[in-house]
Design a protein around this ligand. Structure first.
Ligand code: ADP
Length: 449
C-alpha cells in the first residue's frame, strides 16, 4: 500500500482501506457497553420466559429455544452492523473529497470551483469565494451564479459532457469581464465506474476588453478628428464653386481657412504616424549617446517666432557641460517641441516660459536628469492631470483646436519617454502655471549632486 499518495483518489482509497482495522479497534472499545445492553435484554427475556413456564404452562423446551433465538438476535446484529458500516465507509466515500483534490483547486491562481454532476459545489478556492461570495460548499452553484447564460452552459456541460463557455460579469468594485469555462472531468465513482465532475474556471478578460475598447475609441476619435477639417474643406470647395465663384474677397478668406484646415489634417496625420512609430519601437531602447542641452536649445530657437507672436519670453538655464543620455535625437526634438509649444500656447498669459535642468534621484533612488518646462499661465485643474497623456484628451477641446492642437502631443511625449526608459511628471497649481518635467536615466551612472 502506497504511503505517499500519488493523487487524491489514491489517498482516499488508502484511507478507506485503512478503515476496517480502525473499525475493529473501535468495536472492541465498545464491547462492554454492548454486552451490557445484550445482557439486559437476555435478563428481561429470561425472566419473562421463566414466568411463562411457571405460571403460563409454556413447555420448558420451547422456552429454551426461544431464549436461544433472542440471545442470537441480541448479540449477532451488532457485529453485522459494524461490518456493514465499515463497508459503507469504504464504498460510500467520494473520491473527489480527498484533501489532495482540494489542495489542487486551492492552488489554481484563477477563481476555480469543482462541482458534482448535479452542479453542487464540492471544492472552491479563495479566489472563487472572493469573486462569487454566494457560492457555498454542498449547495447548487446555479443559486449563486444566477445568470441564465451560465446556468444554460452548466446544464449543457452536465448533459453533453462537453466543455462549455459563458461570460461572467462582475460590477463591484469595478467592472470586470470574466470568461467562465466549464470542463467536465471524469473521476472514478464512489461505487466503481466513472463519474463526471464539472471544473469551473474563471479567466479575467478585462485587460483585453479594455485594449479592444481603447483601440475602438482611438479609431473613432481619429476619424472624427480627420472628418471635421475634411467637412470644412469640402464645404468651402462647394461654396467657392457655387455662390462665391466670383467673390474675390470671400475667395481669399475661404482659401485662408482651407489652408489652416489642411495644415491641421496634415499635423494630425503626422502625430498619428509618429505615435505609431514610437509605439512600434517601444521595446527597443535608443542606444545613441546624445547631449540634451543643444537639443533643447535648438527647439527653443525654432519656437522663437511663436514666442514673439504670443509675447512670451523663453528663459533657458542649462548646464554648460554636456548632459548625455542614450537617446533618439529626432524623438527628443519632438518631445521638447511639444512641451515648449504647449507652454507657449496654453501658458502665454504668464508672459514667461522657463526651461531648466537638474540631476536628481528617481523614486527608486537611481540618478535622473530632469528637464523642466515651466509656464506661468492659468495652470491645469488637478482632476485633468492624470488624463492629460491619454490620446485626444484635452482640457478644453475648443481652445486646443483654436491653437491648432491635435490632443496627441502629450501622449507622444509619454511614449517617447517610455522608450527612453524615462518618465513624465506634471505639476500644476491652478492660477500659477504648470511644470512639465521629463526625467531621463543618464547614459552612465552619474553621482547625484
Ligand atoms: P494639444 O494638441 O491639444 O495641445 P496635448 O496632448 O499636447 O494636445 O495637450 C493636451 C491638453 O493638455 C491640451 O489640450 C491642454 O488642454 C492641456 N495642456 C497641455 N499643456 C498645458 C499647459 N502648459 N498649460 C495648460 N494646459 C496645458
Amino acid at each position: 500500500m502506497a504511503t505517499e499518495a500519488p493523487d487524491g483518489i489514491q489517498a482516499n482509497a488508502d484511507a478507506a482501506a485503512a478503515r476496517p482495522s480502525d473499525a475493529s479497534a473501535s468495536m472492541f472499545a465498545l464491547w462492554p457497553d454492548r454486552l451490557r445492553r445484550s445482557a439486559l435484554i437476555l435478563l428481561v427475556a429470561g425472566l419473562v420466559l421463566a414466568a411463562l413456564v411457571v405460571f403460563g404452562g409454556l413447555p420448558s423446551a420451547r422456552a429454551i429455544a426461544a431464549f436461544v433465538c433472542i440471545a442470537g438476535a441480541a448479540l449477532v446484529p451488532w457485529n453485522l452492523h459494524d461490518t456493514v458500516a465499515s463497508r459503507d465507509a469504504t464504498l460510500g466515500a467520494n473520491p473527489v473529497d480527498a484533501q489532495a483534490v482540494q489542495a489542487i483547486v486551492a492552488g489554481v491562481p484563477d477563481p476555480t470551483v469543482l462541482l458534482d454532476r448535479a452542479g453542487r459545489v464540492i471544492h472552491l478556492n479563495a479566489a472563487a469565494a472572493q469573486l462569487v461570495p454566494a457560492l457555498r460548499r454542498s449547495e447548487l452553484a446555479q443559486f449563486a451564479l444566477r445568470s441564465p447564460e451560465i446556468i444554460t452552459a452548466l446544464r449543457e456541460a452536465i448533459t453533453t459532457r462537453e466543455t462549455r463557455r459563458a461570460t461572467y460579469l462582475d460590477h463591484a468594485p469595478v467592472d470586470r469581464w470574466m470568461e467562465l469555462i466549464i470542463t467536465p472531468v471524469p473521476v472514478p465513482s464512489a461505487f466503481g465506474g466513472v463519474d463526471h465532475c464539472m471544473l469551473m474556471t474563471f479567466h479575467d478578460q478585462t485587460p483585453l476588453r479594455r485594449v479592444e475598447e481603447m483601440r475602438a475609441d482611438f479609431v473613432a476619435n481619429a476619424s472624427h478628428e480627420l472628418r471635421t477639417p475634411l467637412a470644412a474643406l469640402s464645404g468651402f470647395i462647394d461654396t467657392l464653386q457655387g455662390p462665391a465663384r466670383d467673390d474675390e474677397k470671400a475667395r481669399e478668406r475661404f482659401l485662408g481657412i482651407m489652408h489652416a484646415q489642411a495644415t491641421r489634417m496634415a499635423r494630425l496625420i503626422d502625430d498619428l504616424l509618429s505615435l505609431s512609430r514610437v509605439e512600434l519601437s517601444a521595446h527597443v531602447r535608443p542606444d545613441t549617446l546624445v547631449d540634451l542641452a543643444p537639443i533643447v536649445r535648438q527647439v527653443a530657437d525654432g519656437l522663437e517666432p511663436l514666442a514673439a507672436e504670443r509675447q512670451v519670453k523663453i528663459e533657458i538655464e542649462l548646464p554648460r557641460e554636456p548632459v548625455m543620455i542614450a537617446g533618439d535625437r529626432e524623438e527628443l526634438l519632438r518631445l521638447f517641441e511639444n512641451l515648449i509649444e504647449n507652454a507657449l500656447k496654453y501658458g502665454a498669459s504668464g508672459g514667461k516660459v522657463m526651461v531648466s535642468s537638474m540631476l536628481a534621484a528617481s523614486p527608486d533612488g537611481a540618478p535622473e536628469f530632469r528637464v523642466m518646462v515651466r509656464d506661468f499661465g492659468p495652470g491645469i485643474a488637478p482632476e485633468h492631470l492624470p488624463r492629460l497623456t491619454e490620446r485626444f484628451y484635452r482640457v478644453d477641446v475648443g481652445d486646443s483646436r483654436a491653437q491648432g492642437g491635435t490632443g496627441l502631443g502629450l501622449s507622444l511625449v509619454k511614449h517617447i519617454l517610455n522608450r527612453h526608459r524615462g518618465r513624465l511628471l506634471i505639476e500644476s497649481v491652478p492660477g500659477q502655471g504648470a511644470t512639465f518635467t521629463a526625467g531621463f536615466p543618464p547614459a552612465r551612472a552619474a553621482p547625484i549632486a
